[in-house]
Design a protein around this ligand. Structure first.
Ligand SMILES: [Zn+2]
Length: 343
């Protein structure tokens, strides 16, 4: 499979794949402790927010009047998720058109349609599975027909436990609607079944053609290279920060470590701006610093992936990259056998 760097045009500039979106969760007050990473990492000009959470926050009026870019003082590219997961987990009632209007109002550059998530426990022969799929498709088409802002990209969210059903869904959405890209939800729960995960992503990638493909929630430092290999264009995660609050450190080119697993040296074995300027103890004790280091590691990973894509040796880089991580190595080996027969 030839690997390319794709350009995705948005209202606030071009995105160059592979792209990572740090996830920002607003708390009820509409704030949240979050490092202003865009002032420190030059190419990290993206953010994923949840339109449903924003609509419930105290800052909603301000954000919908002024827009996300002004609220965050960040002229980057905002991806607004719809809150489908919250509607299923917390029985929140979300109207698909209302959430579309909110996404448009707050100035999202990319918006995801409102999905009715399917969980792995939902049996494909069950009526509920079919109902969730139908609602997801219906909501996506409603959004496509009623979108008003031409400069906001609309990604149709797809879900399901059956590859055939999901690829049919894409064909149907492409025929009936007008979508700029697709996004797969609910894969976090499927990550332990790597064969199914890989088969599913490859089948969907093939079906979406040239349109951008996003995967929700799977943007850890080991998943990013694997997803890039599978042809996924963008991913998001909050793990850099939640890993930060649990004091987990993304070690350069290795797995993640809890701080107490690391031998205590004066300085950490990393030369990112955070670890160059701060001692082991300073980094360990500040959530913000761990979060920023972890984001630097994601940038580092993506910079290397881009370089190897351009040099045409992505596979040999990944052979080396996954050499020491047993679990992901098995998944990568399986992916390689499937990608070989991709075209
Ligand atoms: Zn570092």
């Amino acid at each position: 499979m030839p690997f390319n760097i794709k350009i995705i045009e948005t209202a606030h500039g071009n995105l160059e794949t592979p792209i990572f979106f740090p996830v920002f969760h607003l708390n009820k007050q509409g704030t949240g402790s979050f490092p202003k990473y865009w002032n420190e990492i030059p190419e990290m000009r993206t953010m994923l927010v949840n339109a449903h959470y924003i609509s419930k926050s105290e800052k909603f009026k301000r954000i919908s009047t002024k827009g996300l870019h002004n609220h965050f003082q960040f002229n980057g590219i905002f991806f607004a998720d719809s809150g489908g997961l919250q509607s299923r987990l917390n029985n929140a009632i979300i109207d698909p058109l209302e959430i579309l209007r909110i996404q448009e109002e707050i100035g999202a550059d990319i918006a995801a349609t409102l999905d009715a998530p399917v969980f792995i426990t939902d049996n494909i022969s069950d009526d509920k599975h079919a109902e969730y799929i139908q609602r997801t498709v219906k909501n996506a088409l409603l959004a496509s027909k009623n979108r008003e802002r031409e400069d906001m990209l609309l990604y149709a969210v797809i879900h399901g436990n059956d590859i055939k059903v999901m690829t049919n869904m894409i064909d149907y959405l492409n025929r009936k609607g007008n979508f700029n890209g697709f996004a797969i939800g609910g894969l976090i729960l499927k990550r332990s079944n790597y064969r199914h995960l890989i088969d599913l992503i490859l089948a969907i990638r093939k079906r979406t053609g040239e349109k951008p493909l996003h995967v929700f929630g799977l943007g850890g430092p080991a998943m990013i290279p694997l997803l890039t290999y599978l042809g996924v264009d963008s991913f998001d995660s909050s793990s850099f920060l939640s890993a930060g609050s649990n004091r987990v450190y993304f070690a350069p080119e290795q797995k993640s470590f809890a701080f107490n697993e690391l031998p205590q040296t004066e300085m950490l074995p990393c030369v990112c701006p955070v670890c160059s300027k701060n001692s082991f103890e300073q980094v360990r004790s500040q959530r913000r610093l761990i979060g920023m280091h972890n984001l630097w590691m994601i940038s580092y990973e993506i910079r290397k992936l881009k370089m190897h894509i351009l040099e045409g040796d992505l596979e040999s880089y990944l052979d080396y990259r996954f050499m020491n991580s047993a679990q992901i190595k098995i998944a990568y080996k399986y992916a390689k056998s499937k990608v070989g027969g991709f075209v």
